[in-house]
Design a protein around this ligand. Structure first.
Ligand code: FAD
Length: 379
């Protein structure tokens, strides 16, 4: 099913995750610190340029290659995986898809090399699922946008190498009375743009997440991304794609749980036998493997449809919904198999457990995925 290139990519990312990420990530996680050196190394490997064409400085791969990479990274650690996912899918991709030639020339080379990160600010403190609730406003004043409002939970928005955040804002009213939404590029360091201190999170502790505030923040009118009023359509496209990536990341975590559980079940003894000899434990692990396998097929299918230019909205929602629920289940069962040690942060399964829950929330909650599927079925 996979090409030789895809197999080779998976193998090299797997080795990188095992050799470079695994030995150190626990420390970053504990300290809620961003792993700059790991990000630099991923940049040197070309991972930030995976789905972009070579003439833009990318690797000339496709979105599926990105998904395979995220799966391999998340088998070891989700903070690193989500940093890459958000940098590409939410950061660079909107500029690549909707940007002018000038915007692409200005931002893409550094983003594709992983020397800089971009973030995407849609969610606000008062809404997430319902984008119609957007309160952030941008008003044209001469040849500048003046932005006021705030964004919540924005990934990669406050690192030392964050170059910009693309924000959605209300820029007017549509003929039918609904809000006109547009997206605008705000470079880091623009006066009036403040990055609030990082959140104290349950999981993804080595990834970077901030609330952002905009107070009479002025950027050139030319920072509009794509057409005015197309903000809604733009982020729907970005989120549809992103769901396949989050599904892949979820599969990685789910598979990581299987691997750690098999290892532990062979080592740990109870009642004179390895716990893996008990059918109750075997069945748990068999079910975990089944979940990871079927979730992988679901994201492969969604990615294949996307790359074939077919409608993939429903399949992406199914993949994200199924894979995130499998990840949560596998993390819960893997922790159970580890007994008391599973509750200790030094064991990878504890990190998997803490990192799994957000997968049912970020880039569209499970309820939102069910809404998308039901709507696509004509309900
Ligand atoms: C660590 C982290 C990183 C994130 N990164 C980003 C980022 O980079 N950029 C960004 O823009 N956002 C980001 N987010 C935000 C994330 O996408 C939102 O949290 C998510 O979309 C849910 O929105 P909400 O938190 O406002 O929940 P709400 O929309 O308030 O939902 C609360 C609950 O109500 C349910 N609900 C809402 N509407 C309905 C309905 N119609 N029917 C049934 N149930 C419903 C939801 O499913 C949920 O269970 C991030 C969040 C986190 C925690």
């Amino acid at each position: 099913m996979l090409t030789q290139e895809h197999e080779a990519l998976k193998e090299s990312v797997r080795e990188f995750a095992r050799e470079v990420v695994a030995p150190v990530i626990g420390k970053f996680y504990e300290q809620h610190a961003f792993p700059y050196e790991i990000v630099r190394q991923m940049g040197r490997m070309g991972l930030f340029g995976l789905p972009f064409p070579e003439d833009q400085g990318g690797m000339g791969g496709d979105y599926f290659a990105l998904c395979l990479t995220l799966e391999e990274l998340a088998r070891i650690d989700s903070s690193v995986a989500i940093t890459l996912e958000a940098a590409i899918s939410l950061g660079a991709m909107p500029i690549y898809r909707f940007g002018t030639e000038e915007q692409k020339a200005q931002w893409l080379p550094q983003l594709i090399r992983g020397e800089a990160l971009a973030a995407f600010g849609l969610t606000e403190p008062g809404f997430g699922s319902d984008a119609g609730g957007t309160q952030t406003r941008a008003v044209l004043d001469g040849d500048e946008w003046v932005i006021n409002g705030s964004k919540a939970f924005i990934t990669n928005s406050g690192t030392d190498i964050t170059a910009l955040v693309t924000v959605t804002a209300v820029t007017g009213t549509n003929p039918d009375g609904s809000k006109e939404l547009s997206t605008i590029i705000v470079p880091s360091g623009t006066p009036g743009f403040t990055v609030q201190p990082g959140y104290s999170k349950v999981g993804w502790c080595a990834s970077d997440t901030h609330e952002l505030t905009f107070s009479d923040c002025r950027v050139p009118a030319s920072n509009l991304l794509g057409q005015r009023g197309r903000g809604f359509a733009q982020f729907l496209r970005i989120l549809d794609e992103g769901r396949i990536a989050i599904a892949a990341l979820s599969v990685g975590l789910a598979q990581g749980c299987v691997g750690e559980s098999i290892k532990y079940a062979k080592e740990r003894h109870a009642f004179g036998r390895p716990i893996g000899a008990f059918q109750a434990i075997q069945f748990k692990i068999a079910d975990m493997e089944m979940g990871a396998h079927t979730a992988r097929l679901a994201y492969y299918d969604a990615a294949a449809r996307m790359l074939a230019g077919e409608d993939f909205k429903r399949q992406a929602a199914i993949a994200k919904l199924h894979a995130s629920e499998v990840a949560v289940n596998n993390a819960r069962e893997a922790t159970q198999i580890h007994g008391g040690y599973g509750f200790m942060n030094e064991f990878p399964v504890a990190r998997f457990w803490r990192d799994s829950k957000i997968l049912e929330i970020g880039e569209g909650t499970s309820e939102v995925q069910r809404m998308i599927i039901a709507r696509d079925l004509g309900l």
